[in-house]
Design a protein around this ligand. Structure first.
Ligand code: HEC
Length: 150
């Protein structure tokens, strides 16, 4: 039974891992993909911000949005193939490919910040939620300042 299942599990694992290795048919697709992901990121950041600004922030709503961010955050950075800053409307700076280590550092920092936001909101820690939300927003902005054209 085990040996019959293995190929099925293996192909499921490959399918799940696929976004990390995704090849885009054309640079325009990579741009569309990352812009869509970042649109989602900003929507869910906005919903969390809305809760934090309300009189009675709902931590479970924040945790739901943080869990979505925790997933989508991992997607946009698979969609920066070299040269895709030349696509119409793209604001990506060529520095992304000149200093890929720094770019990756921002991406990893974002994942770490969001993990903290998720843990704090799930754990009912409002102050920790506020602090980690600010850290997430700072990381978004830091990367945009360095790697996105105005
Ligand atoms: C690792 C760097 C990095 C991080 C971290 C990052 N971004 Fe971005 N973001 C970019 C770059 C580069 C672009 C420009 C992409 C392009 O135009 O090709 C961009 C574009 C965007 C856009 C515009 C999308 C469009 O329609 O063109 C939004 C909105 C956005 N980011 C939101 C966010 C939010 C919200 C976060 C944090 C949760 C975030 N980003 C974190 C690098 C980053």
């Amino acid at each position: 039974m085990k040996s019959l299942l293995r190929p099925v599990l293996f192909s499921a694992a490959v399918a799940l891992a696929a976004p990390a290795f995704a090849q885009f048919a054309k640079p325009e697709d990579a741009y569309k993909y990352r812009a869509s992901v970042m649109f989602l990121q900003s929507q869910h950041m906005g919903r969390i911000n809305g809760q934090l600004k309300s009189d009675k922030p709902n931590l479970s709503v924040i945790a739901e949005n943080a869990a979505i961010l925790d997933t989508v955050n991992r997607l946009s950075f698979t969609a920066f193939p070299e040269g895709s800053d030349m696509v119409a409307n793209s604001r990506a700076k060529p520095e992304i490919w000149k200093d890929p280590a720094k770019f990756k550092q921002y991406a990893e920092r974002l994942n770490g910040d969001v993990a903290k936001l998720l843990a704090a909101s799930k754990g009912g820690d409002l102050e920790g939620t506020r602090t980690s939300f600010q850290a997430v927003a700072r990381t978004c902005k830091g990367c945009h300042d360095d790697f996105r054209r105005d």
